[in-house]
Design a binder for this molecule. Structure first.
Ligand code: PHE
Ligand code: ZN
Length: 876
């Protein structure tokens, strides 16, 4: 039974049979079951009477039968946790409606009607942060994917597009600023210290793009003139205390607008573009039409409080949300199975935006590192799903690295195969053909075929199949001919035991070892299970550089001589491939039995990198980075976390000792004044903190001294955080001094205190779990702020010495966290399940304890749909 729904029903209202209310097992939604909604809703008028404790919502919907769908005798509107006050049709009060679980069903004769529905909601009690909620005294909304139904009854699905007019009424003192989508039309004072504002968005949109913000905010204002001459007023809205940290966000908006005009021919389409920073937010940011809402983490920055990486992340996320205005808003998704249509494409757009602005090499290396550390494990684990899934229970669980990042890689492959010019023709055709529509992934692929002139028949399998393709490479040399034999396997994933080969575009180069050069890069496409590629004119066996710039999101297994990897790590002219050669050397040692020769080869390559004056310092630092634990786990048959920490730390120590002089010289000489020094300063800062980490690994006492000095003299957060990351792993007064200073210096800045939690929870030290437990009891810790929860617990879940503590207490801690957040904030809770779900790849003793914790969650009573789906998938 469903008491909540029954409570809302006025006496006498018919209630559907119990079974229809809340089935025990949540329904599986399937892609093949898509049918259009029987009604169109061309216009929506929303009138809000806003209050933190209680908000009244009057929704007026114009509806008419959808000619693309079959006739219907009622309209079924989604709802979630709403208190219904009244229903009227064409101005007449009605009581012949029914509740179907949380939904509202209103009988309607054919023909156009006006539906007026009044509901009441309680923003202060909204701990899920979906729908209308309160954050630090302000009110804001989050509607994607299915949050609008927590505001009013509505066909809350992305293929119902409406023109919205929004009127907000509120106390003028508590909520002096009232914002919504589109352009402002009217505002004014009302009696009793209240005021109102009305906004109108002329572009038809689905409900998930609706947004409203009310609060005591101030704006940094600027303007942008579009290529068509439209003057756009820009606003970055924050609390007054944060205003001084909005310049970078504003500059990022303008760069995004310019880039999308130049690169994709896309122009902004409203008179206003506002972004608002909110302290409590489940995700990074949200692309609501004309009113993007951001996690403060992706808006606020100044040199004192934000690192270089933070600045870049802010620019990337601002770009991402802005680019959604076309790839997401003007063209939206027909249903949530098409999520990668907007997310994959928009991630590609934001990645290449950052590449164009700051150099492609380091950005690409970082993006691939993230893909391999997060998406590859997802794709080989119990929650593996295609970029266009076939079914789900809770759509929030599908905002994944697969949909986003593998989705971007799939479109990047089309771009590599087509070339930039043809790819642009394809995207132009896509935007032109589907503007104003709710489209599908198939529509995108078809537009690429027609516009870019590609045949993507077989390529469509990338949308259908989960799993990271494994490619093996064999190389033969005879006479002056080289033959590459490439074979592929797409591994079985849950529900997909048999796979077909996919087209795999690979950029390659064949290096002449003596000359240190190659005769040109080529793109080959592996389409079969196994295929030979021949190349003539090579008197001696060349050194193969393959999957240059990571053209395809695959794992490559090849038999290559160690000297050849050393050669590529020193000479490859493709920055990604050079980095990759170094990573292969490192993986070979860390995953192998640790022989001396493998370590010597790493030393030779590292020596060349440290001595190469042609390298910039950021690239040098990047080349010297060790593989992440997540990727090491992914590449291991059976992962032993404790053993791997020892081995990886041991290698760090050895490299630090071997190159102590050079690292010391780099650390001494690269003190850069500030961000004012531009790119060179950023590069120097990056190398400097990497040098410090190696020096500290080799000589902790010297590392602590240098670390504290770097901390004290730091001109900004990059050096300060770099020093603290090293100090946090050491012992002694330097560590204590720096951590205490950091806390008191930044006590009033939530984003910096998040760093303070993360730095400590990430430290590779034996006693880290106890420290995490202590941090969880710290006065600054709270379960109600998602950033704070992630700062502590995502770091803990990613720290092998904490999460994988041999006695299982790390697993219990994360399981307790999931249970505590389960109903309070299901989305946040569910994000922590996959770390436990990875047990099949962990050594058996720990694996059994991980599994037991999942079973404990499964048996713990009422689970949210989000957590239930993740736990079920994990237990398989
Ligand atoms: N659509 C947002 C983005 O990718 C992410 C998001 C999803 C935010 C769901 C909130 C809720 O930009
Ligand atoms: Zn997005």
């Amino acid at each position: 039974s469903n008491p909540a729904a029954a409570d809302n029903a006025p006496a006498g209202a018919p209630v559907l049979p119990d079974a229809a209310h809340e089935p025990d097992a949540p329904a599986i939604i399937r892609r093949k079951d898509y049918t259009p909604f029987p009604w169109r809703v061309p216009e929506v008028r929303l009138a809000f009477d806003l209050g933190i404790e209680s908000t009244r919502v009057e929704a007026t919907l114009s509806v008419e039968p959808n000619p693309q769908a079959g006739a219907a005798s009622a309209i079924r509107l989604d709802g979630d946790g709403l208190v219904l006050e009244s229903v009227a049709v064409d101005g007449e009060p009605r009581d012949d409606w029914q509740r179907d679980g949380e939904a509202l069903v209103v009988p309607l004769s054919s023909g156009p009607h006006t539906l007026t529905i009044v509901t009441r909601i309680a923003p202060a009690e909204n701990t899920q942060l979906m729908g209308l909620y309160a954050s630090g005294g302000m009110l804001c909304t989050q509607c994607e994917a299915e949050g609008f139904r927590r505001i009013t009854f509505f066909p809350d699905r992305p293929d119902v597009l409406s023109v919205y007019t929004v009127r907000m009424e509120a106390d003028a003192q508590a909520f002096p600023v009232l914002l919504s989508n589109g352009n402002p039309v009217e505002e004014g004072q009302l009696e009793g210290g209240r005021h109102f504002a009305e906004w109108h968005d002329p572009w038809p949109k689905p409900s998930y793009l609706f947004a409203l913000v009310a609060g005591d905010l101030v704006a940094r204002r600027d303007s942008f003139t579009t290529m068509g001459g439209r003057e756009v007023e820009l606003g970055v809205w924050v609390r007054e205390a944060d205003l001084s940290r909005t310049e970078h966000a504003m500059e990022s908006i303008k760069r995004s607008m310019k880039w999308d005009e130049e690169t994709y021919g896309r122009e902004y389409d409203l008179d206003r573009f506002n972004i608002v920073a909110v302290g409590d937010f489940n995700m990074g940011a949200m692309e609501n039409k004309g009113l993007n809402i951001f996690n403060t983490k992706y808006v606020l920055a100044d040199e004192e409080t934000a690192t270089d990486a933070d600045f870049d992340a802010i620019e990337g996320v601002i770009g991402h949300e802005y680019f959604h205005n076309w790839s997401g808003n003007r063209i939206t998704c027909r249903d949530w199975f098409q999520l990668s249509l907007k997310e994959g494409f928009t991630v590609l757009r934001d990645q290449t935006f950052s590449e164009d602005l700051h150099g492609a090499a380091v950005k690409r290396i970082g993006d691939v590192r993230m893909l391999r550390s997060v998406q590859f494990p997802e794709d080989s684990g119990p929650f593996a799903h295609p970029i266009r899934p076939d079914s789900y229970k809770e759509i929030s669980n599908f905002y994944t690295a697969t949909i986003y990042n593998k989705g971007a890689e799939v479109i990047r492959m089309m771009r590599s195969m087509a070339g930039l010019e043809a790819f642009r023709k394809g995207s132009d055709l896509y935007f032109e053909r589907h503007d104003g529509e709710a489209a599908t992934c198939e529509d995108f692929v078809k537009a690429m075929e027609d516009g870019a002139g590609l045949d993507l028949t077989q390529f469509r399998r990338w949308y259908e199949q989960a799993g990271t393709p494994q490619v093996t490479v064999e190389q033969h040399h005879e006479g002056d001919r080289v033959t590459l034999t490439l074979a592929q396997v797409v591994p079985a994933t849950p529900g997909q035991p048999d796979k077909l080969p996919v087209p795999i575009p690979l950029k390659i180069a064949l290096f002449d070892r003596e000359a240190g050069t190659h005769s040109g890069e080529q793109l080959i496409v592996l389409t079969q299970e196994s295929q030979d590629f021949t190349f003539d004119g090579h008197a001696k066996p060349p050194v193969l550089s393959i999957n240059r710039n990571f053209t395809a999101p695959v794992a490559i297994e090849r038999d290559i001589a160690r000297e050849d990897l050393v050669f590529l790590a020193a000479h490859d002219d493709d920055a990604f491939a050079r980095h990759e050669a170094m990573q292969e050397l490192l993986l070979g040692y860390l995953l192998g039995d640790g022989d001396e020769a493998a370590r010597e080869a790493i030393g030779t390559a590292a020596g060349a990198i440290l001595a190469d004056d042609a390298l910039d310092h950021e690239m040098r630092a990047e080349l010297l980075g060790l593989p992440t634990f997540a990727y090491l786990a992914e590449r291991s048959e059976v992962f032993d976390p404790g053993a791997m920490v020892d081995k990886r730390e041991g290698l760090k120590t050895w490299l630090g000792e071997t190159f102590a002089g050079r690292f010391a010289q780099l650390h001494d000489s690269l003190a850069e004044p500030s961000r004012a020094a531009g790119m060179a300063g950023k590069q120097a800062r990056r190398m400097r903190s990497v040098a410090l980490a190696y020096l500290a690994a080799a000589d902790p006492a010297d590392g602590a001294k240098r670390g504290l000095a770097q901390y004290r003299d730091a001109p900004g957060m990059t050096d300060r955080q770099g020093a603290l990351a090293v100090l946090a792993g050491l012992d002694g007064p330097e560590r204590d001094e720096a951590l205490a200073d950091f806390y008191s210096r930044f006590a009033d800045n939530a984003l910096v205190i998040d760093k303070w939690f993360t730095l400590q929870a990430s430290a590779l030290r034996e006693d880290v779990l106890g420290q995490i437990e202590q941090l969880a009891r710290h006065q600054a810790f709270t379960m109600s702020n998602p950033n704070r929860v992630r700062a502590l617990y995502a770091a803990a879940a990613g720290n092998p010495l904490a999460f994988h503590a041999a006695d299982g207490t790390g697993y219990r801690m994360i399981a307790d966290l999931i249970l505590e957040l389960n109903l309070r904030n299901p989305q946040l809770a569910a994000r922590f399940v996959p770390s436990l779900g990875r047990f099949r790849r962990i050594e058996p003793k720990r694996a059994a304890m991980m599994r037991a914790e999942l079973e404990r969650i499964a048996g713990a009573g009422k689970l949210s749909r989000d957590v239930a789906e993740q736990v079920e998938a994990s237990l398989g």
